[in-house]
Design a protein. Structure first.
Length: 133
C-alpha cells in the first residue's frame, strides 16, 4: 500500500533482521496471547490474538499522522474483505482493536537509537486444527 511518494509498506522477510535496519514505515506481526479448546477427540480450536505493530517515522510527525489516518481505514477494509487472511486462519473471531499511536523506543538498534510512532492493531483469529495428534 502506498501512502505517499516516499513511503510504502513492503513485504517483510519471514524472520525479521536482527540489525533493525528497517525503513519506516514497517510492520511486525506476532501472536500476542490466546487460548485453545478441545472440540472433540480429533479437533482443537485455537484462538489467537495477532498483534500487528505498525511503525512510522516519528521524526516526520505530520507525515506520520497523515499516513496513520490513511492506513487505519485501509487496513480495516482489507481485513473485512479477507477474514480468512489469505486462507491462513478460519476467520477473524471477534472485534479488531486499534490502539492509539504511541512513541516506541527500541534502544540501541544497529548502532542508533530507534524511535518510532507505533499503532498496534489486535486481530483475534480462530484456527481449526485437526487432527490433534
Amino acid at each position: 500500500t502506498k501512502y505517499d511518494d516516499t513511503n510504502t509498506f513492503k513485504v517483510a522477510p519471514e524472520y525479521p533482521p536482527e540489525s533493525g535496519g528497517l525503513a519506516k514505515p514497517f510492520c511486525i506481526t506476532y501472536i500476542n496471547g490466546g487460548y485453545m479448546t478441545q472440540q472433540d477427540a480429533t479437533t482443537a480450536r485455537i484462538f489467537a490474538n495477532l498483534a500487528c505493530d505498525f511503525h512510522f517515522d516519528i521524526t516526520r510527525f505530520k507525515t506520520a499522522y497523515s499516513q496513520i489516518n490513511t492506513f487505519i481505514p485501509d487496513f480495516l477494509k482489507r481485513l473485512a474483505g479477507d477474514p480468512q487472511l489469505n486462507s491462513a486462519v478460519s476467520t477473524i473471531s471477534d472485534n479488531v482493536t486499534v490502539e492509539p499511536p504511541a512513541q516506541t523506543t527500541w534502544g540501541n538498534v544497529g548502532g542508533t537509537e530507534l524511535v518510532t510512532l507505533m499503532v498496534r492493531v489486535i486481530v483475534p483469529v480462530k484456527y481449526m486444527e485437526t487432527p490433534t495428534t
